[in-house]
Design a protein around this ligand. Structure first.
Ligand code: TXA
Ligand code: MG
Length: 343
């Protein structure tokens, strides 16, 4: 077999015992301003040296990401996080204590020694300590804060497997550390601590209730406004985000089969994403996910990548329960379903 020159190096890493030589190689690339994709508990990240302007510029270029969308910086500890902040609110300490390492990103006033590009020129920086042994080992080996957006082309579905990263970014990344599928499955909860009260900018699997138990009432995002296509309220939260190529159509369980049949009658390859035993017409590519939010989130992006790989033009999605546990998942599906070409 001849090696594909456009294929990045994908190196398997055992999360229980990451190979020191592999970590050293990845850390060296990061220190030299190159890009390394690595697993976190949420999704794979596209990592670069957060204090190196050129490395950060490379991240934006590789993703095709607009410069107005700031990056999350990953560190190993609260002490390191504080060095990136000009001011460290008491709430940040409480939240870090409760949720780090873990899928919560804190937005705090930024320190002056950061490239403006990381924060997209904003006066605040987003920071988190990821709960993945490979991510933590890589950060420790590199001894650097690592800026890492999800390792996908801008506006596409985030990667939960190394294969998704390779398919989306190809040789735009210098190395991909493959530790298998991620466990949380959707991106971290982003919480803004720069205002009077904590505000959720992006919902995730750590929900408003869990956050409120630590810091008191938090402002929740308006998911109905997101679904209705209200313009973004915070940087980078574009309405159409996390989107597969297929058109997504959310419908109640009772309408799903008819929706799918309509698509097939138009000659479309149709997928269905369900979480209960719904009967669908033969020929529909059905993926059934868990009926609990955590399990559903874990499988969601892999399912969306699968529909794309299978050439589905339409995916009918069974409407989700409306309790708060599903906020993060509902947010991602609402964004994925939002069409730029419809009002
Ligand atoms: O789970 C995650 O958060 C993953 C993994 C790799 O850590 N990362 C991730 O990064 O999802 P990205 O770049 O795809 O999303 C970053 C989010 C965006 O919604 C962005 O607007 C927000 O964080 N963000 C970053 N910096 C910010 C800032 N200074 N102020 C407000 N929002 C910020
Ligand atoms: Mg992203």
């Amino acid at each position: 077999m001849t090696a594909d020159p456009s294929a990045p190096a994908v190196v398997p890493v055992d999360p229980a015992a990451p190979d020191p030589a592999t970590l050293a190689r990845a850390a060296d690339l990061l220190r030299r301003g190159r890009l390394v994709a690595f697993p976190t508990e949420t999704v794979y990240g596209l990592g670069g040296h957060a204090l190196d302007h050129e490395a950060v510029a490379r991240i934006f270029a590789a993703k095709g990401r607009p410069a107005h969308n700031p990056l999350i910086v990953h560190v190993t500890s609260t002490a390191e996080a504080r060095r990136l902040a000009r001011q460290w609110p008491r709430d940040a300490d409480r939240l870090a204590e409760a949720f780090w390492p873990g899928p919560v990103t804190l937005v705090v006033p930024r320190a002056p020694n950061l490239p403006d590009l990381v924060t997209a020129g904003l006066d605040a920086i987003a920071i988190r300590v990821p709960a993945h042994p490979v991510a933590l080992a890589l950060l420790a080996a590199a001894e650097l804060p690592v800026a890492a957006p999800s390792a996908n082309r801008s506006t596409r579905v985030s990667p939960t497997r190394a294969e998704h990263v390779a398919a989306s970014l190809g040789d735009r990344v210098d190395l991909i550390l493959d530790a298998g599928p991620t466990t949380v499955g959707i991106e971290s909860t982003v919480l803004d601590l720069t205002g009077e009260r904590p505000r959720i900018l992006r919902p995730g699997m750590i929900g408003a209730e869990a956050l409120a138990a630590v810091v008191g009432p938090v402002q929740r995002p308006d998911l109905d406004a997101i679904a209705a296509g209200t313009p973004r309220s915070s940087p980078g939260l574009d309405r159409r985000h996390y989107a597969p190529r297929a058109r997504l159509s959310l419908a109640p369980s009772s309408d799903l089969a008819a929706e799918a049949a309509r698509g097939m009658a138009e000659g479309l390859r149709v997928g269905a994403l369900v979480h209960t035993p719904v009967a669908l017409p033969p020929g529909v590519h059905v993926v059934r996910l868990a009926d609990q939010a955590a399990g559903y989130a874990r499988g969601l992006y892999d399912a969306l990548h699968g529909f794309d790989a299978d050439g589905c033009a339409l995916v009918v999605v069974e409407a989700l329960p409306d309790d708060a546990a599903w906020d993060g998942v509902r947010d991602r599906l609402a964004r994925a379903a939002h069409r730029v070409d419809t009002p």
